[in-house]
Design a protein around this ligand. Structure first.
Ligand code: TNX
Length: 497
């Protein structure tokens, strides 16, 4: 078989003759300890770190950012990488290559040259509907990094709760953090917690993009500071969700337990709102080393369009003045005064409507770019099918094949490869409360997002077909089991034993 169980598919794979036997081998170079621990987890073998080793890892600074080259022969393994991220990715590729042949662990002989297609490869966790502690976030970073994702987008505020300590606005974490969907316990990240997540992400070559969702999705702000928000607007769509899912009617100043969207908004014609935002954004920028700061902009259903446009323009200016690049959901593309270079995040459907496409196109036209998160492919909270216990279905059911069936450069009319910053798979957590539940929804579909973000385009690589992907995915089952990933054994995949 010429297709190894590698996901995402490396750019160039050339199989060789024979195999390298792992028993008794040692490793040297940067990230040697990572290789030892990954192989220990997956094979049970102990591969010591030693100077005189047949597995040699090195950084030579050649090639594109995050790229690496590796060569496995029966005599040894040699890896060179452009940078530390590339070397880590090589280690994960080697871990996926490991096979058990006649009772012995080997690496098949192969030459690989690999580099990412997109520089932004993200995973988003909604910590607002349900809160996830630092330990859980770290486990998700481990999982995402192994698939060569390099961005962790944390959705840190929504109607149900506020999740990040802001020293200048203490009521946010005294009051607004206590809530969560359906009366679940709330929580928040202290500055120290957040710093720990940022540092752990950086060790895993991932950057954190924090999101404070504005000006809608702000009911929780009103629990802390009622003067800054409007009274909830009970649109028919809100009443309909309340009827179907429960959680009660939102009341200004009280925790909201339900999962309806579009009823809340900040008072945008009120100067104290901007003083509040100046404080929040300045602290968030200060504690975030990455270049991006996400300020939401989605589903502000109860606000007049001109007010919305004026608000998002002003807020992107504030983010820009802090030296960060603003990111907003695609709705904000309708605003004429967005700061130059603002990045948009598309969350429409694969065959979306023209109005959504027009909003999305505004970002590249304004000197920015797009992050693609088509909801009916990579919203990881969508149910797989009607029998899926958790999750939502507003974008339809999303089976594994559908999650793989889209192409970034063909998604939106008028948006080509240079306009795309990257791909991000979000998981919204209205119905998800534990790592086990997240694992079931993420895996295997997060692997589709990772391959689409990392690997060459469909049609430009022999492995970029559903058949090849499904077969490689199935081959990863033993690895995921060893790594403690509680993936969903979707019946369309032939899982290896
Ligand atoms: C839409 S995606 C939302 C979220 C929900 C999600 C549920 C987006 C920008 N807004 O508020 O949690 O659907 O799938």
């Amino acid at each position: 078989m010429s297709e190894f169980t590698l996901v995402p598919a490396p750019a160039v794979v050339t199989p060789g003759e024979g195999a390298f036997s792992l028993a008794g081998s040692a490793v040297c170079g940067p990230w040697a300890a990572l290789l030892s621990s990954e192989f220990q987890t997956v094979t049970g073998l102990s591969i010591p770190v030693a100077d005189d080793a047949r597995i040699v890892l090195s950084i030579d600074g050649e090639g594109a950012a995050e790229s690496y080259r590796l060569s496995v022969t029966p005599h040894g393994v040699r890896v060179t990488a452009a940078d530390g991220a590339g070397l880590r990715y090589a280690v994960f590729t080697l871990t996926q290559l490991a096979q058990r042949v006649d009772g012995a662990w080997v690496l098949p002989a192969v030459e690989i040259e690999d580099a990412p297609r997109f520089r932004y490869r993200g995973f988003m966790l909604d910590t607002a509907r349900h809160f996830f502690d630092v330990a859980t976030v770290k486990k998700l970073i481990d999982r995402a990094a192994r698939l060569k994702l390099n961005v962790l987008h944390l959705h840190l505020s929504d109607d149900q709760g506020w999740r990040i300590e802001i020293a200048s606005r203490p009521e946010l974490t005294v009051k607004a953090s206590a809530g969560a969907a359906f009366g679940a316990p709330g929580g928040f990240y202290t500055k120290a917690d957040y710093a720990e997540i940022v540092a752990y992400a950086a060790d895993n070559a991932m950057v954190v993009v924090p999101e404070i969702d504005l000006p809608g999705h702000t009911h929780a702000v009103g629990v802390a500071y009622p003067d800054l928000v409007e009274d909830p607007v009970l649109l028919d769509s809100v009443k309909d969700v309340i009827e179907r899912f429960g959680g009660g009617v939102p009341v200004r100043g009280e925790h909201y337990n339900g999962i309806a969207v579009g009823h809340s908004s900040l008072r945008v014609d009120h100067e104290p709102t901007y003083a509040f935002l100046a404080d929040v954004l300045a602290e968030l920028a200060e504690m975030t080393p990455g270049r991006w700061l996400h300020v939401g902009g989605d589903e502000c259903l109860s606000m007049d369009g001109d007010d919305f446009a004026a608000f998002v323009s002003r807020v992107t200016g504030m983010v820009d003045a802090l030296g960060k690049t603003p990111v907003l959901w695609h709705e904000a593309g309708a605003a004429p005064g967005l700061a130059a270079g603002t990045v948009g995040q598309f969350w429409g459907l694969r065959r979306g409507d023209d109005a959504v496409a027009a909003k999305a196109r505004a970002f590249p036209r304004g000197g920015g770019a797009l992050i693609l998160s088509p909801a009916d492919a990579i919203y990881l909270d969508m149910k797989y099918d009607a029998d899926t216990e958790r999750g939502l279905a507003w974008a339809g059911h999303v089976g594994v094949e559908q999650s793989y069936d889209w192409e970034p450069a063909e998604l939106i009319d008028g948006v080509g490869e240079p306009d795309v910053l990257g791909v991000e798979a979000p998981v919204w957590t209205e119905t998800l409360t534990t790592l086990e539940e997240l694992d079931q929804m993420l895996f295997p579909r997060i692997a589709s997002a990772a391959e689409i973000a990392w690997s060459p385009a469909r049609g430009a690589h022999p492995w970029r077909t559903w058949e090849s992907f499904a077969s490689r995915l199935g081959g990863l089952a033993p690895l995921w089991e060893a790594q403690g990933v509680g993936f969903s054994r979707r019946p369309e995949i032939a899982w290896a034993h």
